[in-house]
Design a protein around this ligand. Structure first.
Ligand SMILES: Cc1cc2nc3c(=O)[nH]c(=O)nc-3n(C[C@H](O)[C@H](O)[C@H](O)COP(=O)(O)OP(=O)(O)OC[C@H]3O[C@@H](n4cnc5c(N)ncnc54)[C@H](O)[C@@H]3O)c2cc1C
Length: 240
């Protein structure tokens, strides 16, 4: 089995043109894109790349996307993109980008939101905030599957559950709006009871999602006894 070998975080590489090798629909609003990178370098789970789109008139739009895949997948990365109805970049990926296309990428970017193999780990994600947490979970499954790690994952409805086919025993899901038919598990927002149920009360906490989600989850982690220096957060956008 390969061991977790933390890499030194370096300045991100130059802009490079990546090939889209696979596209997977995760939910009605979310797709995962696999890219082959000519100048790939290993990332730490949690890091992100920037993508750059350039229109024929020279207009440029640039956005950040977390890597969803493990760095064991040499030469490739996967990005998972939530389609925002009135967005500029995310609808382009959903409606225009196809397998075989080329896209400009740059990364991985240095971040404190990285997992270096510390344990135990509590992951708390809201909506597409699960993406970098999935990179951590996937990497742990491949390098140290016995390491204590739980994911607490909040989504609105069954239609919003990203990576549904990959969520195993280590995930506790709650539906805030519409649970699936016959659902016997949790409903409503993440609360102290759900955090306790995850059963991780030491080590390190990674929280990712919208600004209000990260604020609420950080308060819950502090309430569960974690100190601020045990909590790492990543914020995706202005609204929930
Ligand atoms: C470090 C980092 C990592 C990220 N990783 C991911 C990822 O893995 N997957 C992913 O889908 N997104 C991720 N994001 C968000 C992403 O960068 C874009 O902000 C998002 O895709 C919207 O871009 P857009 O061009 O489609 O929308 P825009 O044209 O930028 O915005 C359209 C409208 O949506 C609002 N808005 C912008 N961003 C968000 C948001 N995140 N949530 C809700 N409303 C928003 C804007 O205020 C505006 O009203 C990440 C952001 C950061 C900073």
């Amino acid at each position: 089995m390969e061991r977790l070998t933390p890499v030194l975080q370096r300045a991100p590489g130059r802009w490079q043109v990546a090939n889209v090798t696979a596209i997977k629909r995760e939910t009605p609003r979310v797709k995962s894109f696999r890219f082959e990178l000519p100048m790939w370098m290993p990332h730490m789970p949690g890091q992100h790349y920037d993508v750059r789109l350039t229109a024929p008139d020279g207009y440029v739009a640039q956005r950040s996307y977390s890597v969803a895949s493990s760095p064991i997948d040499k030469g490739q990365i996967e990005l998972t993109i939530d389609r925002l109805e009135d967005g500029e970049v995310s609808p382009y990926f959903h409606d225009v980008v196809m397998e075989g296309d080329q896209v400009e990428l740059r990364g991985p970017f240095t971040s404190y939101f990285v997992w270096r193999g510390e344990a135990p780990v509590l992951l708390i994600g809201g909506g597409s905030g699960v993406v970098p947490l999935m990179a951590i979970l996937r990497h742990r499954r491949r390098v140290m599957p016995d390491l204590a790690m739980r994911l607490v994952y909040s989504v609105r409805s069954a239609d919003d559950l990203i990576y549904a086919d990959e969520l195993g025993d280590e995930a506790v899901v709650t539906f805030t709006r519409e649970p699936p038919h016959g659902w016997m598990g949790h409903t409503g927002r993440i609360d102290q009871a759900l955090i306790s149920e995850a059963g991780i009360d030491s080590g390190i906490v990674f929280i990712c999602g919208s600004n209000p989600f990260v604020d609420a989850a950080s308060d819950l982690a502090l309430g569960a006894g974690f100190r601020a220096n045990q909590i790492r957060t990543e914020r995706f956008g202005p609204t929930g």
